[in-house]
Design a protein. Sequence first.
Length: 229
Amino acid sequence: MTTDHLPDASRAPHRGRPRDAARDRALMDATLTELELHGYGGLTTAAVARRAGVSTATLYRRWRSKEDLVLGAARDWAENLGPDRDTGALHSDLSRLLHDKAAALEGSSGRLLRAVLGEAAHNQALADALFGDFVVPLQERVLAVVERAVARGEIPPVEDPLVVAEMVIGPMVSHTFLVPPAPGASPGHDMADRLLPYLLRALGHPETEDTGGARPSDLAESAPGGRTG
């Protein structure tokens, strides 16, 4: 007998004791661990409850099924890109965004993405949750960064700024998940540094390295040897 689904009666809102944040945290941690160990197909609510040290009844008071549980984990572990603070320059705005993305992919949200991406190809609800919780926040932040840079006159108007988000997502995910890292390396942050100058050039910005706001031509006049980057 499977324990992965509840009767329809479970749709009624629970009016018992308030939820325990520590217990919810334990269940989310257990879900992520079970996903990493067994994948979506091998995950069971019973195993999650056992690892979290709670009863399946406790789990079902929070999530009605395995799918609901994983969707909850996706939302819980959705990447936190951090606050979108205006640094005053496109270079530093993009650098912060890329390194925030790297930290997310190398942390818990990346572990969850790695575990459920394959299932999302066959599960529309999960695919929708991953898009809404992982992709849309990045798109919104890229859009804000690009709009600020255009308003400051750093770059010309961008016809499709969401393409920039795709240029971030693809290389960052593939490099973090698919390229074997060297011992002690941080593949996400390494790709962030490598990707930044290409994004700046694609946006029509002349700056290709962290110059504190100075353009390469300005540095060339004062630097020995006249390096122009």
